[in-house]
Design a binder for this molecule. Sequence first.
Ligand SMILES: O=P(O)(O)O[C@H]1O[C@H](CO)[C@@H](O)[C@H]1O
Ligand SMILES: Nc1nc2[nH]cnc2c(=O)[nH]1
Length: 293
Amino acid sequence: MAAINTDLSKIGYTYEDIQRMAQVILSNTNLRPSIGIICGTGLGGIADVVENPVTVSYDTVPGFPVSTVKGHSGKFVFGTLSGKPVLLMMGRFHYYEGYPMWKVAMPVRVMKAMGIETLLLTNAAGGLNQSYKTGDIMLLKDHIDLPGLTGECVLIGKNDERQVFGPRFLATNGTYDSDFRGKFLRVATELGHGDLMKEGIYIMIGGPTFSSTAEARVLRMFGADAVGMSTVPESVVGRHSGMRILGVSLITDMVELEDGSQFQVTHEDVLRTANERAQLMQKMFLKFVTLID
Ligand SMILES: O=P(O)(O)O[C@H]1O[C@H](CO)[C@@H](O)[C@H]1O
Ligand SMILES: Nc1nc2[nH]cnc2c(=O)[nH]1
């Protein structure tokens, strides 16, 4: 019988693992983007407007996890958006898929090793703030790392202070770049959709259960405006490695805070709203990337 590894400090990808995966991925293209975009559930439509795309399937990268969630296709796309080199991750990893937290956001370190300095994170989220509507777009001004607060922080494990990692103890206030938020709001207004835009706090739950009504009320009492099952580990790892970060939540459904509602959200509802907003998200990102220095 194989020995069980009980030494948590040794679990995780090493600096060398990260560099090796980055080299394998980069060997498919000469493009060296500094902008990385992680596409949330159903939000991969941005890839349809990438010029001269080169795709690299995750399963061609030894050691890379596989995507298991509908709406996450499991590949990198290199190309240009409005002439700017970008790298898209079409498919992220979620804790509820059974991946340990340190694996969930490992791709962000691989992105850093590939030269990514600006990380644009998108997600599908449920609206907790009752002034929001389905289809609104919330820019993250902060987050609540519920798994992190309860002992499942993405940075737990052996730390390596070399470039793709960062300091053992990390300040996470100010993770989301206020200049980026201002620019994104300007883009939305110029496109005539300023009315959809919100700035708020995203709370990560572990999932895969959507929150119960009583849990949703707690999340709202904590001060969260939207809830989802991703993004925070990626933001924390991105911050750890010194990236500039924008977080964008598409409000795919409104979360019930009152007892007795018959509405029960499904993943199909999430995918439907994401699909309805696909073209607008494309337009917003095409314009926004032109404003990144
Ligand atoms: O956060 P993303 O990956 O956009 O996906 C969101 O949508 C799924 C639920 O429908 C969950 O995975 C939730 O986190
Ligand atoms: N209600 C709800 N909707 C979502 N849409 C995407 N993620 C979530 C979530 O965690 N809860």
